[in-house]
Design a protein around this ligand. Sequence first.
Ligand code: NOJ
Ligand code: CA
Length: 664
Amino acid sequence: MGFFSWLKRLFLWHKKPLLEYEHEIFSPDNRIGLKIQLKGGQVFYSVKKDGKLLVDDSALGLALRSEKPILKNLSLVRAREKEFDETWETVWGEAKIIRNHYREITLYISETTAEKRLLTVRFRAFNDGVAFRYEIPPQPAFQNLTISEELSEFKIDNNSIAWHIPAYQPDRYEYNYTPSPVYELTHSVHTPLTIETPTGHFLSLHEAALYNYGSMTLRLNRNHALMSDITPLSDGMKAYVELPFNTPWRVIMIADTAMDLTVNRMLLNLNDPPREDFSWVKPLKFMGIWWAMFVGEWTWAPGERHGATTAHAKEYIDACNRLGIDGLLIEGWNNGWEGDWLQNGNTTNFTQPMDDFDMDTVSEYAKKCGVSLVGHHETVGFIDNYERQLEEAYQYYANHGVHYIKPGYAGSMMTIQGRKEYHHSQIGVLHYQKTVELAAKYHICLDIHEPIKGTGIERTFPNLLTREGARGQEYEGGALSPSHTTIIPFTRLLSGGMDYTSGIFDVTNFTKRIATTLARQLAYYVTIFSAMQMAADRPRFYEKEFPAAYKFIRDVPVSWEETVPLLGRIGEYYVVARKERDGEDWFIGGVTNEDARRVRLNLNFLDDGVSYEAEIYRDGDTAHYRDNQLAIMIETRKVSKRDFLDIWMAAGGGFAVRLKRLQP
Ligand code: NOJ
Ligand code: CA
């Protein structure tokens, strides 16, 4: 190709801005087409896969406070295309090596009216979906902007089925998913919003690289398109920004099957590589002075049954050693848990232990035993109180050799300078970001509970090891059904790992009965990825009650070399295989909903010419999540890649397999 035609292809220069424009870019495998149009002064995009329309002409724009929206009277100054292809290595995760390959087109847009405001829209087409974001360049007319709404449409066939949880509700993100046709989404719902189209495609709408902006929810507009509804601040505005400013990426994951969606890597690829060295970050399996409080044996609050005492901490540290668990979470150690702790958010202290908890003794003992403590900060969302103490609180833990913290933000709203703000608002987003960056400074890893949604920023900040951000096991005892954990692999987990707090073996507990079989608790370590994985029950259930089943929790890793999606249907069942990071063994986890079923697993993902010993933990033949939870079968078999594995799952049950490579 000659220099000039190359230049022409790269830069479509125009003497005069174009008022009409149409161009289609394709994913590297040419299967996804992303068409960009400028018509009647407005920008639209549409998406096809294999020639089938998935997203119909959808308008783009931004609404501003006390100004006209940047939406109409637009002209194209120039368009620029490029292709990008790199392969990078994760610090931890579901896959060690990730390929980031896309084609990109950037539209440089100017208004035709007197204001002549400038806007850039950057689009990318990957093999597994498309993404776009707004970039507001510096411009003579203004240095900052108040965004009152983002006007991004996603015009999906309204007869598609979407799995959704409601936005703006008291329990933030912690809801059960409901499937319903898109035409019913007249109230805002959270993303990732996973959608099955009448063409049989699977999409998930979400965002990547959420910084300094409200988080996106979605709602149908009058145009029958899903439209961005950015979480507002208490004054109704969506974001106050200084220029230049880039919005988060708007992401449409696209897959031929629901299982293919589960290995979509767009979010990580749309985030930047780390800017500093994070090789100190280590994924962790941990126990906790924790579930004993949920079942009422112990309390967070001081008193007779106080959980976080020096004595209990030492006992649990010993148990960690015996059980081969590297970390220990201690909740309820600091002042602030007296009485109704949900009301104490303004006075909670993050450096003052209660009288019966000696931080020096506990941290020295943990160090001696080689156990990493996981600190705990329950902020109840009182951000002023927390931010005032933040640096000191992290320093305090770092000084005691604590390099993991689980912060929590219980309560339906955050309280900031007397105002109530959504966790997912710009102020919330800024706060969480502050904690991640400050934690990195002290070499502290985070497991954030009641967080904002994951948007792949753990690529840039790998010390953000995991987060909650969905209904987790703490809701057992009535508010969880088996189908929930057959839905989240296709919805919530697309946004990154989750601390589900797996491994509750006391499933028949009268106070907090668990709606699963015992075997299914093991499956979660594979089906629910988390770089901090909890063995959430009390040690006696692992050591005394079910030591044989516990062996799987001891053996299962928390970071993976690769992930192979095996079988699944949203809300029915999910089976996945993962290979240990820098190891030779494979692990499989499977869960089913309220229906028992048998699955036949093709083991052709295993290495060639190698035998494996399969250690199978499955439901006993009469198991049932309601009345026979403890029936479990543990058996071993020799298998190779030519074999199939037939496994039966009880209603509300599941299984876990370790495939131990045998030396040839
Ligand atoms: C809610 C968290 O999800 C849970 O793990 C924690 O124990 C409580 N808040 C108390 O902080
Ligand atoms: Ca929670």
